[in-house]
Design a protein around this ligand. Structure first.
Ligand code: NAD
Length: 439
């Protein structure tokens, strides 16, 4: 990831462009929220970079700055937005359709939302079967489409007067695909772009274009997009930070909060049954079994990695883990996620935990988009490139170096993130040993 202790970080001068492939519920809730915060109408709740603090040195030193004051992040006032979508609705219309925010809240930020009009998207219905995009680019080859995206980025940079941008994929979840030969190296991938290889998904074309344009890229959905050797190679070569995949919100967030606690107390698990009802466009897309498969794979890995059955066979061998998502239009974005957790304790006695999380998907995802934008921009200014595993905190299915299992425990992820910031600023890492207080 290219990190150097106490490195010089280029200052966050001027505007920071935020490029959003996919201008739906999450993207519009993010933009509306940033504008509401800028106007003093809301607080950035849920954003670690804006609300969180970081302890430095010993507990007795009382040095606990806000993260935003500790590392040189771009100011919210400097964010400018651009998006691509396969429908022409501006961010205001799209937010109205998404139905996440109230009419009153949207009216207060309407001028900015109306000014974000999506550029035509790169789309292939084979990858998102439930949508029929009307606002799409055409080109001779997938490489030609990538070049058009790069032209879009350059034009936006000129018009917005910025050379710094970050891209966060907020587009629909594409169908599940394993990496193939075309994903294995940059040369194979570029050849595939020229030859219109069917295994190259639209999201991967965006990722390729962004990285080539020097723009850090994070993937908020579970499909591959940037998570394969060819683009990891390109990111390293271009000196661009990348991260993914699948924003950690809702049920999986709860899982990665609770499962480490059960394991910490050596409580056993027989089974974890999770089901959701969801009625937004994301829910509609996930109603297609192939798109759901991408999500299912992303959601299922979490418990296995946290509970480590191979190390704790008496507690976690063969636990049953089921995840369901049901499209149920009346709920819109206000998802309901139920978990039934069958655990066992002393002498094997069974117990149950039930969670009923009435959450709001995009309300949980929007601050993640903000933090990823600011932290990826910071990483780039600090000379970091390639996979940014310290941003695992934000993802259901974190990208890691080849052969390395992902860390899913939210608390370890948080420690990793904060230690990375301390390291960047040349501060001591915190181990929580605390022996010095008793010497
Ligand atoms: N909200 C959450 O809590 C959450 C959590 C994890 C992941 N995600 C993922 O984030 C993504 C966005 O979620 P959402 O609720 O905003 O969905 P949404 O359906 O409201 O928005 C997605 C947008 O992407 C557009 N789109 C689809 N394919 C595109 C393409 N090739 N190019 C450009 N635009 C394209 C769609 O037209 C739509 O406007 C989804 O993939 C979802 O699975 C969301």
């Amino acid at each position: 990831m290219g990190i150097t202790k106490g490195t010089t970080i280029r200052p966050a001068q001027g505007k920071l462009g935020v490029l959003l492939p996919g201008l739906g519920a999450v993207a519009t809730t993010f933009i509306a929220g940033v504008e509401a915060v800028r106007k003093g109408l809301a607080k950035p709740i849920g954003s670690l970079t804006q609300m969180g603090t970081i302890r430095l040195g010993k507990r007795t030193e009382n040095r606990v700055p806000r993260i935003a004051d500790f590392v040189p992040l771009a100011s919210l006032d400097d964010l400018v937005f651009a998006a691509w979508d396969i429908f022409p609705d501006d961010a205001y219309q799209s937010a109205v359709t998404a139905g996440v925010l109230s009419k009153e809240d949207l009216e207060r930020v309407r001028p900015l939302l109306e000014s974000v009009r999506p550029m035509p998207g790169v789309f292939d219905p084979a990858y998102v079967k439930k949508l029929h995009g009307t606002h799409v680019k055409s080109g001779r080859s997938k490489m030609d489409l990538a070049e058009q995206l790069i032209d879009d980025i350059r034009r936006f940079q000129r018009e917005a007067g910025t050379d710094r941008c970050v891209a966060i994929w907020c587009g629909s979840t594409e169908v599940y695909r394993e990496p193939t030969a075309v994903h294995a190296s940059l040369s194979a991938f570029e050849k595939g772009l020229h030859e219109n290889d069917e295994h190259i998904a639209p999201s991967a074309i965006y990722a390729y274009a962004c990285i080539r344009a020097g723009v850090p890229y994070a993937n908020g959905a579970p499909n591959l997009s940037v998570d394969f050797p060819a683009l990891i190679e390109l990111a390293r070569r271009q000196g661009v930070p990348i991260a993914g995949k699948d924003f950690k919100t809702g049920q999986t967030l709860m899982k990665t909060i609770l499962a480490p606690g059960l394991k910490a107390r050596a409580l056993g698990l027989l089974g974890w049954y999770s089901t959701n009802i969801l009625g937004n466009r994301d829910g509609e897309v996930l109603d297609d079994p192939e798109s759901f498969k991408s999500k299912e794979v992303s959601k299922l890995g979490v418990l296995e990695h946290i509970l480590q059955p191979h190390l704790y066979p008496d507690l976690y061998k063969d636990f049953c883990h089921v995840v369901r998502i049901n499209y149920y239009p009346p709920r819109g974005d206000n998802k309901e996620g139920w978990d039934n957790i069958d655990i066992f304790g002393w002498m094997g006695y069974p117990m149950q935990i039930k969670i009923d999380f009435l959450c709001r998907d995009s309300i949980l995802a929007a601050p993640i988009v903000l933090d990823l934008t600011l932290l990826l921009d910071l990483a780039q200014r600090a000379g970091m490139y390639g996979i940014q595993e310290w941003l695992s905190f934000y993802f259901k299915s974190p990208m890691t170096a080849p052969g390395l299992y992902p860390e899913h425990d939210l608390f370890i992820q948080l420690m990793k993130l904060k230690n990375t910031l301390r390291y960047l600023r040349g501060e001591e890492l915190i181990t929580h040993l605390g022996a010095e207080y008793y010497d």
